[in-house]
Design a protein around this ligand. Sequence first.
Ligand code: SF4
Ligand code: SF4
Ligand code: SF4
Length: 254
Amino acid sequence: MRFGMLNDVTRCTGCRSCQVACKQWNDRKAEETKNLGSYENPFNLSGNTWKRVKFVEKEEGDYAKWSFFSYQCNHCGDAGCMAVCPANAIKRSRNGAVYIDEKICTGCKYCLQACPFHIPHTDEEKKVSSKCTFCVDRISNGLPPACAKACPTGAIVFGSRDYVLAVARERASILAERGEKKFTMYGENILGGLGVIYLLPDSPEVYGLPEKPKNPPAVNFVNVFSNSFVSLIVALLITIGAYASFKKEDKDAR
Ligand code: SF4
Ligand code: SF4
Ligand code: SF4
């Protein structure tokens, strides 16, 4: 079964329990950060920060309105990071978690370039690529991801991807009934379907999400090449088999 996660921006209060729980469970170091005039902290993901809550400020009349966008790796169905990794260090678990095996990663940074969401970063100490694992160690043992467990408002929902989509649709219909017009449900059908679905009060760009994310051409090339390569090997094996059987029949006939 493929697991999924809903990040519902309409219910997030910006408490950052998810951010802290992620660090704690995954044993990620704290980092020194700077105050740049916002409560948002830190300002980007890193090799040690796999989950982050972005503070999005919008002016509405005389007021500024905040919304909070909790995000991490999207565990894409068609994961560009995985396709380009020359060391095969990026794996997909049976339940849909895309994770990096740091014992195999050579730190080449190809995945950093290939991800349409700029998710992987280098762990500068270990010199390997690093990102959210979907808490593969927890979800493979019947536990929800640490961030989902810690969220006190129901903004993060975890379960089968079908269940998560059903919750997202139900919440979207409530928003529609309330007369909200701008909300977006993001991730259902892009890049082979994201493992993480977002319910956004506004358009994706407001939160820094590309409206129609695409893998870079190199990823498609790798996909085509690897498929052709496998086909070539299969064709070669079939030809060798046919030739061997022909030779045997020829010999038997003599
Ligand atoms: S969001 Fe980026 S890092 Fe995560 S699976 Fe997709 S391509 Fe890979
Ligand atoms: S799923 Fe696990 S690794 Fe990913 S952001 Fe949540 S707590 Fe961190
Ligand atoms: S724990 Fe939940 S409410 Fe708090 S910041 Fe994370 S997603 Fe938002």
